[in-house]
Design a protein around this ligand. Structure first.
Ligand code: ADP
Ligand code: MG
Length: 696
């Protein structure tokens, strides 16, 4: 096996650093810099962190006589006769290559520029696949010419990196750029893990790991490099979380126990709290009263009654003369919360405001004016709440509903409006343990593990197209009994180039209108303006509309207790957790409820996945399954995975490494909560700016 030698490190101007724009690298002009930006590569550091997605094993040079068809081969030989031909539109270059054992033809299609490289008599390495046309030949091989003494082979010999690409930049260019950046900047790559930890875990230093992950000498070196980088990624997550927890411990609001309003709420609610709700309220009150900043993840399956718990907490903030804010992911949901809260606090002399994009400007202006006065009030809204024109200076409590629909940064932005406010994030999407360890480890989970009495589980059935008729019959019966139904259409589908969502809705609306001529049907989707959406939803809530043909905009939160049937068209287009959420729109009252999943075009695998929903109503199981099948990125969606900039580490596959990193970081931050010891100094470079900022 040939061992490539490395180029010596070159001198370079001192002013450039890893943070410099990538255009400061050798060989990168404005055009390449622009193309690289499409790969999210902007700085030199980004380029060095653009890790290969796979590798080609081109270590094994074989004698030409033993080259076999349909294999990948690496050969070294002398270039013989070279010919350039044209056949129809093809540029073809052919040459013979021989070594002591024999000769073989090499062929390239449409790479005319190679011609000047192929000098008769020069020695070259060729790597490519071997095909057969009359005789065996090596086709479109990568080629590098051997010149003089030692040379480094980027493309043909060794373990060769294969990078994620974008149009306009090829593998060879990227390999060259990464290599030259490594040559110039390797020594600048800072260590981020304490020396002692590296030794303890037998991990290579960071710069070695960077070199090896791009250009490994062997599998073992590559494995160690990947382990090191994954470990560091996990450690970075943990350091940030733990650091924040330590900060929270020393700053927080101590609310007093003075049940002025919270004491009255009980008589206002149309139901009595479940034991789980009462317990959650109790726990949250105790944490609000402590001087620690509260970070609670209120987790309860769809319909478990999280809103009531949230309202208790908000009133507690208000009776302590503070402001409380509740942020919901959709305008529909925000409006729903607003109406409910307004009704509940009527006569309490507590102003309630709704802030969302669709509200009239004047109303918003008045709300903002009141809010900036700092007087106690309840503010409910969408992400409009985190806009800079909304001053929530006296925010004592921030609540994020359906928090999985928000990005981590949005959650932080809301809390940042106040000075260390207490924070509750609520979700019905159960968080698999792996993710809980990373995304939510600064949160204490409070579980609503009970749904209000009298509810039975939603019967779920996978319906094949030929069973549509009986299903419609069944729906007819439900409608006759006075119930209502949702029909949900996917926003992706077979049609392309047109507005698929609109097309799907239109199709379904026609279909169901034909089947139910005696009932009122209406469409509801995100493209309608808010007023219209609210009007339709109100009519649905009050029973004037019986069938709502809609999209996933009703996925979260919408609460129409009289609806007992949900039909999900194209169910295979949705993730399991999403289906579970959608299913949660029914089964919110005493009425027995049904969920029909229509997935005619589904593959066998998709069917299996859907069958799982028939048998399981356990949100945890469903989420775990979803995570396994779709991976964390898909599972979380882009909003959530922002924090998980994991390039190498994998939350499911590398679970053990994640645990190890977590344990190590916990030990370090327990002994040194703010990383003040010299040996832990390096870890500080992993803190994101948000963690570094110590609130007053
Ligand atoms: P989620 O946890 O999904 O946000 P909601 O807070 O929207 O659930 O509550 C679901 C439904 O259950 C609502 O109609 C709500 O009024 C009702 N509800 C909440 N708590 C109770 C309870 N303790 N008893 C009966 N109904 C309740
Ligand atoms: Mg809810």
């Amino acid at each position: 096996m040939a061992s490539p030698t490395r180029k010596p490190i070159r001198r370079r101007p001192a002013a450039r650093s890893l943070a410099s724009p990538v255009s400061e690298c050798r060989g990168i002009g404005p055009r390449i810099a622009f193309l690289l930006s499409k790969l999210e590569i902007r700085s030199i550091e980004d380029l060095l962190s653009h890790f290969p997605r796979s590798y080609l094993d081109r270590r094994n040079v074989i004698p030409i006589s033993s080259v076999e068809t349909l294999s990948a081969a690496v050969i070294i030989g002398e270039i013989g006769r070279v010919r350039a031909l044209r056949a129809r539109r093809l540029h073809i270059i052919e040459c013979t290559v021989h070594d002591d054992t024999g000769s073989i033809k090499a062929v390239w299609f449409n790479q005319p520029y190679l011609l000047k490289k192929l000098l008769r008599g020069s020695k070259a390495i060729l790597s490519g696949t071997v095909g057969c046309r009359n005789k065996i030949q090596i086709e479109n091989p990568d080629i590098e010419i051997l010149k003089g003494g030692g040379r480094d082979f980027l493309h043909t010999l060794g373990i060769i990196p294969v990078y994620p690409l974008t149009e306009g930049i090829g593998q060879k260019t990227l390999r060259r750029l990464v290599r030259s950046a490594l040559d110039d900047f390797l020594e600048d790559i800072p260590e981020t893990l304490p020396h002692g930890l590296l030794q303890w875990q037998s991990l290579p230093p960071r710069k070695d790991a960077f070199r090896s992950i791009h250009f490994p000498h062997d599998e073992d070196e590559l494995k160690q490099a990947r382990k090191r980088i994954a470990f560091e990624e996990f450690a970075a997550l943990q350091v940030n979380l733990l650091y924040k927890i330590n900060q929270a411990a020393s700053h927080g609001i101590s609310f007093c126990a003075r049940p002025l309003l919270t004491g009255l709420l009980k008589d206002r609610l149309p139901f009595s709290l479940t034991a789980a709700q009462a317990d959650a309220v109790d726990k949250i009150f105790r944490r609000m009263e402590s001087s620690r900043q509260m970070n609670v993840l209120l987790q309860g399956d769809v319909g478990s009654g999280k809103t009531a718990v949230a309202i208790y907490a908000m009133l507690k903030a208000v009776e302590n003369s503070r402001q409380a804010a509740l942020m919901a992911p959709t305008e529909i949901l925000a409006e729903q919360h607003f109406t409910q809260v307004q009704r509940l606090v009527e006569g309490f002399d507590v102003p309630v405001f709704l802030l969302s994009a669709g509200r009239p400007a004047l109303e918003k202006k008045e709300a903002v004016a009141f809010i900036s006065s700092g007087k106690p009030c309840l503010v409910i809204g969408t992400h409009a709440l985190i806009g800079h024109n909304v001053p929530l200076a006296d925010l004592g409590l921030a609540i994020v509903d359906e928090q999985h629909r928000f990005g981590v940064n949005q959650r932080i932005a809301l809390a940042d409006k106040g000075v260390s406010p207490d924070l509750i994030v609520m979700t019905a999407t159960p968080i698999p343990r792996t993710l809980a360890l990373t995304l939510y480890s600064e949160f204490e989970t409070i579980l609503l593990d009970e749904v209000p009495a009298g509810r039975s589980f939603v019967k779920t059935v996978l319906v094949a197209e030929e069973n549509r008729r009986p299903m419609l019959k069944f729906l007819q019966k439900q409608l006759q009994e006075g119930r209502q139904a949702f029909v949900v259409c996917p926003h992706i589908g077979a049609a392309s180039g047109v507005d698929v969502e609109a097309a799907n809705i239109k199709g379904a609306l026609a279909l169901y209108t034909k089947a139910f001529p005696d009932y009122v049907l209406a469409p509801l989707h995100g493209k309608m303006d808010l007023e219209e959406r609210m009007r339709i939803l109100d009519r649905f809530r009050s029973g004037q509309i019986q069938i709502l043909v809609t999209t996933t905009i009703i996925e979260v939160g919408v609460d129409i207790p009289n609806a007992s049937v949900i039909i999900i068209e194209g169910a295979d287009k949705f993730g399991l957790t999403q289906l579970h959420q959608l299913r949660g729109r029914v089964g919110r009252s005493m009425h027995k409820s049904y969920c029909f999943l229509i997935a005619d075009a589904a593959t066998e695998q998709a069917r299996q996945r859907l069958h799982f929903l028939e048998s399981s109503t356990n949100g945890f199981q469903i989420a775990e399954r979803d995570l396994q099948m779709r991976g964390p990125g898909e599972f979380l969606g882009t909003a959530q995975s922002g924090r998980l900039r994991l390039r190498v580490g994998h939350l499911v596959r590398d679970m053990d490494l994640l645990r190890e990193a977590r344990q190590q970081m916990m030990a370090i931050l327990e002994a040194d909560p703010f990383l003040e010891l010299p040996q832990n100094e390096v870890l500080k470079s992993m803190l994101t700016s948000r963690s570094k900022k110590v609130p007053l």
